[in-house]
Design a protein around this ligand. Structure first.
Ligand code: HEM
Length: 262
């Protein structure tokens, strides 16, 4: 039998998401992923006979299977993943969160593995140096690890850890969106991107997202999904159970919440 426990926040008030968060969070994430997702669609269109709008077509099309798998998986991961962070959807449609979540995990893994494959086996772009290759390898492995740990955590009903790992995995994936802005900033401030420019702007995109993700995790700002641990289907975003209790993420998650013991 389930037992509900009211855990007061330090202020004594129960925190709740503003209703706007239910659409603001997915919309913001969709906007962030818009440029790489549109670029991917243009590349796919080009591959089936559309106009070549993007540069470097001959080079990237030399690994067509990995490229198509990468673009399809990043699109599903980015779009479906954005809705996993909508508080009300996550809490009220747990069946949906669970089914969509499995697809997001699968596509996240495929994104990371095809990203790794493209990094290692595609002929290098003119401005891709050794450092960028090494960083992409680290990022791919880290993204795959985060998504796997997010899945393993939720199977163990460790919802605080699930929330933290999924935020990390999604943030690494969304580096592709942030990189558009860091590259634009470089072009405006410095000029055409060189090898140093490419390496530093892509790395900056990932670093910015990782810092923001850690800030969100520490503040518990992905929030009152933490109010429930998901009950029988095990898909709430973050109750506080098991090994996560006592971690900073777990502590921030429990403060304002109505925590449910599973
Ligand atoms: C672990 C993360 C990722 C890694 C390491 C990675 C790596 C790569 C690499 C090496 C390429 C070939 C590009 C080239 O050599 O010019 C590529 C292509 C691409 N990636 Fe990723 N990627 C990752 C995640 C993502 C995500 C999350 C998105 C979208 C939200 C994305 C969107 C794209 C697109 C659209 C292309 C095709 C570019 C083109 O056709 O010119 N990638 N990726």
């Amino acid at each position: 039998m389930s037992e509900y426990v009211q855990v007061p926040s330090p202020s004594g008030k129960s925190a709740a998401w503003s209703p706007a968060a239910n659409w603001l969070i997915p919309v913001a994430l969709l906007l962030l992923s818009a440029v790489p997702v549109v670029a991917g669609s243009l590349r796919l269109a080009e591959m089936v006979g559309g106009l070549p709008v993007l540069p470097d077509g001959d080079r990237v099309r030399s690994a067509p299977v990995a490229l198509v798998a990468h673009i399809v998986s990043v699109t599903v991961f980015s779009v479906l993943g954005a809705f996993q962070f909508a508080p009300r959807l996550r809490r009220r449609r747990r069946g949906w969160h669970r089914i969509a979540g499995r697809l997001v995990v699968l596509c996240g893994l495929l994104t990371a593995l095809t990203g790794l494959w493209l990094t290692l086996f595609l002929p290098r772009g003119a401005a891709d140096g050794d450092a960028l290759v090494a960083i992409r390898v680290v990022v791919s492995v880290a993204m795959a690890a985060c998504v796997c740990l997010g899945f393993v955590s939720v199977r163990r009903r460790d919802f605080a850890a699930h929330r933290s790992w999924m935020i990390r995995g999604y943030a690494i994936g969304m580096g592709a969106g942030t990189q558009f802005f860091t590259q634009m900033a470089w072009i405006v401030a410095v000029g055409p991107v060189t090898t140093v420019g490419t390496t530093s702007t892509l790395t900056a995109g990932w670093l910015i997202n990782i810092v923001v993700a850690e800030w969100i995790i520490l503040r518990g700002a992905a929030g009152p999904g933490r109010q429930s641990c998901g009950g029988a289907d095990g898909d709430g975003a973050a109750g506080v159970t098991g090994s996560a209790a006592g971690t900073p993420a777990a502590t921030s998650a429990v403060q304002p919440a109505v925590a449910r013991r599973c």
